[in-house]
Design a protein. Structure first.
Lengths: 383, 262
């Protein structure tokens, strides 16, 4: 079977010279390469060690999430969204629940909104911790992995205590929350934040001025703000290129407008700046959670939603700032219990498109660094 | 006899557009009537359309359907459980409908393109339905003059019963204006849409995905081929006529060496 995924093979008649000079080499990386963070296949076109261009081959993890969504009721589809970006399951759930709430024209009560913000921001920290550990591991620093996984464990423990699950939490329901917070939730979250703050300093001590780290990341995988916007790249990658844009501020959802926080930006759009941006984001998340816990209101946690949801005929696009960028849901309702169309706009999928541009002219080893810095999750790329 | 009660019930959800949606509701509906099934049976078999309606109304008002259960055991007429459920459905909030969307930008576009665009707003979200022939031009104008510099998403919706089966949707965002809009166009099966890769480089993979999932071709796309499914896959899964259990058995047989993936 003709595999059109490969680059066109060298034609010996016309490319004889190239072949003899052997200055162009096509190699295949993945799909089962530990540094591709999942099943990503990259076809690299090399000149010696220099990357001339590359092509991503994706779809190995395609499960047809959108098709599944059209064959489940709104409530039944809720746990499926956790399985897209499985390291930030709570964010996926927030985006989905809010999109359906918009379609139903209901709003979650204030207490539910606060708890949602707390859990989502904890998830952002967990996602960034996992990114940092694996990214540093790819580049050759093994210690941060142990540090970040040790601390991420505490977040997962909070999730486990709250809803029984650690990764695919299914924490939110359409209209609010299923569970009231457990006794001592606020105190535990605050203890965790106090525990985490010095730990973030610790990560930075390990890396920020580490000469090997700086040399492997500074000036690597540069992308300009214009290119980011043209390619639709969002999230920390866009911010590291100097665009001060975060959906939590630009088009506030949930109740983010009640909280005080900064949007970090970089200047150079390189791997090092993206690292710095994510480190600041973790600290800003800590800030948001502190405010949310302090101001946690009393009250109901579930809005009045019908048991069988039949949103009126219409369509809605709702997006949130997931740890990786803009996560959008485009839902079309035909008035029945199931969505007529369930489109997910995944940040990883769109961001991965920039890999080719970011790697051109870099060395093979830098491809690994750039894949790491894009922070992709193949479960979300392929859906 | 209990077997007799079942056949009249499944047809009811079918009238509701989607059979699988009502599936979880149906067992509940059956249970609440089985206690009184001996009495209800004759009625159910004579008027097939009638019992279908209460069964469909029940899931909408489960609280109303539950109380009649003990009463049904006491040989109440079968119409009783259906009757209270029916009036429970009508009192509903007014259904929101799309309203015309008006803005300086729309006035300008209207002046240039007239009836070729239909601007609407639903739930505070603005979108415009654009005539197919205007598509590359309007997108270019939105990008260059109205500064919608970020193409968030490109997707499609399939309506097999319509003459123009596909709705292609562009979700656009403008960084300078902090505004999000959608542009839609309707096309027939087999028709191509001009590619917007020259306008937004990021449209590349998004268009490939639409092609992969719906089979819509984008004219002028630099490398239009499948992206998530393997090359050589037959069919386009997100079309409505592609069943959820259907798959390309031939591909599975050749590539995986198994009879069927099911």
């Amino acid at each position: 079977m003709a595999d059109q995924n490969t680059l066109s093979p060298l034609d010996l008649e016309t490319h004889d010279k190239t072949f003899l000079d052997a200055n162009e080499l096509v190699i295949n990386m993945g799909p089962q390469h530990p540094a591709t963070h999942g099943v990503l296949r990259v076809i690299l076109r090399l000149d010696g060690e220099k990357v001339l261009g590359l092509e991503c081959v994706i779809g190995y993890l395609h499960r047809g999430v959108e098709k599944i969504g059209e064959h489940r009721t709104y409530t039944m589809f809720n746990p499926y969204v956790d399985r897209m970006d499985y390291v930030a399951a709570v964010s996926n759930g927030l985006g989905y629940c809010e999109a359906v709430e918009k379609l139903l024209n209901v709003e979650a009560p204030p207490r539910a909104q606060h708890v949602r913000v707390i859990l989502t921001e904890l998830n952002r920290i967990a996602s960034h911790q996992l990114w940092l550990g694996t990214h540093a591991l790819d580049i050759g620093a093994i210690t941060p992995l142990f540090y970040t996984f040790r601390d991420r464990e505490e977040i997962l423990k909070i999730y486990e205590k709250y809803c029984g699950a650690r990764l695919t939490t299914h924490a939110f329901r359409i209209g609010g929350l299923q569970y009231e917070t457990y006794a001592g939730f606020e105190k535990e979250v605050k203890n965790f934040l106090n525990f985490l703050k010095p730990k973030i300093d610790e990560y930075e001590e390990l890396l920020t001025t580490n000469r090997i780290w700086v040399e492997r990341t500074k000036g690597i995988g540069k992308i300009s703000a214009e290119d980011c916007i043209a390619l639709g790249v969002t999230g920390p990658v866009l911010r590291a290129s100097g665009v001060k844009w975060d959906l939590r501020k630009a088009q506030p959802y949930a109740n983010y407008k009640n909280f005080d926080f900064e949007i970090p930006t970089g200047q150079h759009g390189d791997t090092y700046d993206r690292y710095l941006v994510r480190m600041v984001e973790m600290r800003q998340s800590v800030r948001i959670i502190e405010q949310a816990v302090d101001a946690l209101p009393e009250g109901p946690i579930m809005a009045k939603v019908p048991k069988v949801m039949k949103p009126p005929v219409g369509e809605v696009y709702h997006s949130i700032e997931a740890p990786k960028g803009e996560l959008g849901y485009f839902i079309v309702s035909d008035g029945s219990t199931q969505p007529y169309r369930m489109r997910v706009r995944p940040p990883s999928f769109v961001n991965l498109q920039a890999l080719d541009l970011m790697c051109r002219g870099q060395l093979v080893a830098d491809v690994i660094a750039v894949i790491g810095t894009l922070d992709i999750v193949l479960g979300e790329v392929d859906r | 006899m209990p077997e007799e009660t079942k056949p009249p019930l499944p047809p009811s959800p079918e009238g509701e557009a989607k059979p699988t949606a009502e599936k979880p509701a149906v067992p509940g509906g059956v249970k609440s009537t089985t206690s009184g099934s001996v009495q209800t049976d004759p009625n159910a078999s004579t008027t097939k359309a009638e019992p279908a309606q209460p069964a469909a109304a029940k899931p909408a008002a489960p609280a109303a359907a539950a109380p009649p259960k003990p009463a049904a055991a006491g040989a109440t007429p079968p119409a009783a459980p259906g009757a209270p459920a029916k009036p429970a459905a009508p009192p509903k909030a007014p259904v929101p409908t799309p309203v015309p969307w008006d803005s300086p930008m729309i006035a300008k576009l209207r002046g240039a393109y007239g009836s070729g665009i239909e601007p609407l707003s639903y739930l505070g979200q603005n979108y415009m339905i654009v005539d197919q022939s205007l598509i590359p031009e309007i997108l270019q104008v939105l990008r260059n003059e109205e500064r919608f510099d970020y193409c968030v998403d490109i997707t499609a919706v399939h309506y097999p019963q319509r003459e123009k089966q596909f709705e292609v949707v562009w979700v656009l965002y403008s960084f300078p204006r902090n505004e999000r809009i959608r542009v839609k166009t309707l096309i027939k099966d087999g028709e191509a849409v001009p590619s917007s890769v020259p306008i937004w480089a990021g449209a590349d993979w998004l268009e490939r995905e639409v092609f992969d999932m719906f089979g819509i071709r984008f004219g002028g796309h630099p490398d239009l081929k499948r992206i998530l499914l393997p090359e050589g896959w037959k069919g386009h899964p997100l079309r409505k006529d592609y069943g959820i259990l259907q798959q390309d058995n031939e591909w599975v047989q050749i590539n995986l060496g198994i009879e069927s993936g099911q």
